[in-house]
Design a protein around this ligand. Structure first.
Ligand code: NAP
Length: 305
């Protein structure tokens, strides 16, 4: 964006080149809102001076949406400084700047703040107990926002996928045409979330905050695809979708326990999120994950849509 473009924008989206950030910018633009789309290196949220100088060049910012994060879950175990800088210090810098500018912040967080020992979907006030560095850094980022800025909205989501960036759906679609068989973990439970749905949710919240017609009930919310599944079941559904209209051979999927697929970072066994609060307080109900998956597959096969 040119400095002139930035001047005319009023919703600031940070992390705009990422999977979710890109979708949020598209969604806001489609609703006619003016957007300042920022990512590294134009802004580095880990550096207070960068945040201050970039945001001060925007003439009348009214709301900031932070989709920027360090999201390499396994790598974070060996790079904790980088994870904490982006996921804790970054949101702290943004919240301080929002406080100074008198604008609200919508910040994205994760199901990985929970330990996965529950047997029912986590509500917003369930105790956090992250199992890995990424989850801890995101939890401390949430706390940094809460302690600095009253007008904040923290939206936790899970198992995000979309048309941009690396994600489980795109990996399965690629490997599904390259291999005979895919072994996928069948004992981790969660809720797949299409970045397009979450972007729509954030757009609705932004419009509500900007219109000023109704007070926004600030606080922490959960938003993820409706329904609980496993990575194995999710993979089956993805490859079933891929088989439709596809002449090439698609791999078969076999279930494996997490114990036979060790990862550097521990993952929660169960991280389904209860989305009742966002529906009750903001009137936003996430669609069933199967319907959203079909929506993405349609978009991938008809990119002009
Ligand atoms: N992906 C998931 O499954 C998932 C699940 C639950 C929650 N979330 C949360 O959802 C949000 C969006 O995730 P995503 O998957 O869209 O992430 P993503 O694709 O990795 O995008 C994050 C963006 O932030 C940028 N960024 C990193 N460090 C930065 C910095 N210091 N300053 C400015 N920008 C920086 C990244 O740039 P580079 O690529 O150049 O580093 C990237 O463009 C995050 O808060 C994440 O924690 C994700």
């Amino acid at each position: 964006m040119t400095p002139e473009d930035i001047k005319n924008c009023n919703i600031v989206v940070v992390g705009s080149s990422g999977m979710l950030g890109w979708e949020v910018v598209e969604s806001l633009k489609n609703t006619g809102l003016s957007v300042a789309a920022l990512d590294i290196p134009a802004i580095d949220i880990t550096k207070r001076k960068s945040v201050q100088s970039v945001l001060s060049r925007i003439s009348a910012p009214s709301l900031l949406i932070n989709c920027a994060a360090y999201t390499a879950v396994d790598k974070a175990e060996s790079e904790p400084e980088a994870a904490f800088a982006a996921n804790r210090d970054g949101p702290a810098n943004l919240a301080d700047e929002c406080e100074r500018l008198g604008i609200p912040l919508i910040h994205i967080s994760t199901d990985y703040v929970f330990n996965g020992k529950s047997d029912r979907p986590y509500k917003e006030d369930a105790a956090a107990d992250p199992l890995n560095v990424y989850g801890l850094s995101k939890w401390e980022g949430e706390e940094a926002v809460r302690s600095r800025l009253a007008r904040h909205l923290i939206v936790r989501t899970s198992w995000l996928y979309g048309s941009r960036g690396q994600n489980f759906v795109k990996t399965m679609l690629k490997l599904g045409t390259e291999r005979e068989e895919l072994k996928v973990v069948c004992d981790q439970y969660g809720c797949p979330t299409w970045s397009f749905d979450l972007a729509g949710c954030l757009g609705r919240i932004a419009e509500r905050a900007l219109s000023g017609s109704e007070e926004v009930p600030w606080g922490t919310y959960h938003f993820c695809g409706e329904g609980i599944t496993t990575w194995y079941q999710f993979a089956l559904a993805i490859l079933d979708e891929a088989r439709r209209g596809e002449s090439t051979r698609i791999a078969r999927v076999s279930p494996v326990p997490s114990s036979s697929y060790p990862t550097v970072a521990a993952r929660p066994r169960y991280s389904a999120l209860d989305c009742g609060k966002i529906e009750a307080s903001l009137g936003i109900a996430p669609p069933p994950w199967e319907k959203s998956l079909a929506g993405l597959m349609d978009k991938l096969s008809n990119p002009q849509q």
